[in-house]
Design a protein around this ligand. Structure first.
Ligand SMILES: N[C@@H](CCC(=O)N[C@@H](CS)C(=O)NCC(=O)O)C(=O)O
Length: 216
């Protein structure tokens, strides 16, 4: 089994967390040919984004689809909550992360440099990310885990997204983006120290710092 994608990607991190939880061995590679839009990589994943999973003849893009596939293929141990309502809530939280936080966050990356920033785009993106964070805080069940009393697929999605919320909002002058959300802030602290999620976040930090240094 192989996963294409850098460790700093929150979507790759989501899949890596699930693979680690299930104890599935895998190789990890960066997209061949120089990036996500290279001819070589587009042959693997025509969407041109990371991650992509290769399992034998099956090639799957999209982190959430990959995680659902891996849950079906390796059902035990499971990151799906047993109760249908809790399971739906985990999916809802993942969707909030994808649509209402990462969605508006991605257009902020070209706006990181104040010298070249389009302030209107930046202001709209920052406001939308803040709104997504508030939504996430509302749906989060507790300070230890996103849903129920144990690690679930939602934690694999939320923790890497919160990593990027912290990293990106600093560029826009917000050094404490969870200050108005004590529950989410406590959850973030707990996830940072979690024995499985903590190392995934550490990998994100190391590889993202290396990326920024390579571009400085
Ligand atoms: N919905 C996709 C989003 C993947 C995504 O946006 N990945 C980013 C990296 S974090 C990417 O590949 N960006 C490169 C590009 O858009 O060219 C998923 O869940 O896998």
């Amino acid at each position: 089994m192989k996963i294409y994608g850098p460790s700093y990607s929150p979507f790759t991190a989501r899949v890596r967390a699930l693979l680690a939880f299930k104890g599935i061995a895998y190789e990890q590679e960066l997209p061949p040919g120089g990036g996500t839009k290279s001819e070589d990589y587009l042959k693997i994943n025509p969407i041109g984004k990371v991650p992509a999973l290769v399992d034998g003849d099956l090639v799957l893009p999209e982190s959430e689809v990959i995680c659902e596939y891996l849950e079906d293929r390796f059902p035990s141990p499971s990151l799906r909550p047993a109760d249908p309502a809790a399971r739906a809530k985990a999916r809802l939280i993942n969707r909030v992360c994808d649509f209402y936080i990462m969605g508006p966050m991605l257009p902020l990356f070209p706006q990181l440099n104040p010298a070249t920033r389009d302030q209107a785009v930046a202001d709209a993106g920052v406001a939308a990310v803040r709104n997504g964070v508030a939504l996430l805080d509302g749906f989060l069940e507790g300070e230890d885990f996103a849903v129920g009393g144990s690690l679930s697929s939602a934690d694999c999605a939320v923790a890497p997204v919160l990593f990027f919320v912290h990293y990106v909002m600093v560029f826009f002058g917000d050094h404490d983006p969870l200050r108005n959300h004590p529950k989410l802030d406590a959850y973030w602290m707990n996830m940072s120290k979690h024995q499985l999620i903590g190392p995934i976040l550490d990998d994100m930090d190391t590889t993202f710092k290396a990326l920024l240094a390579s571009r400085a």
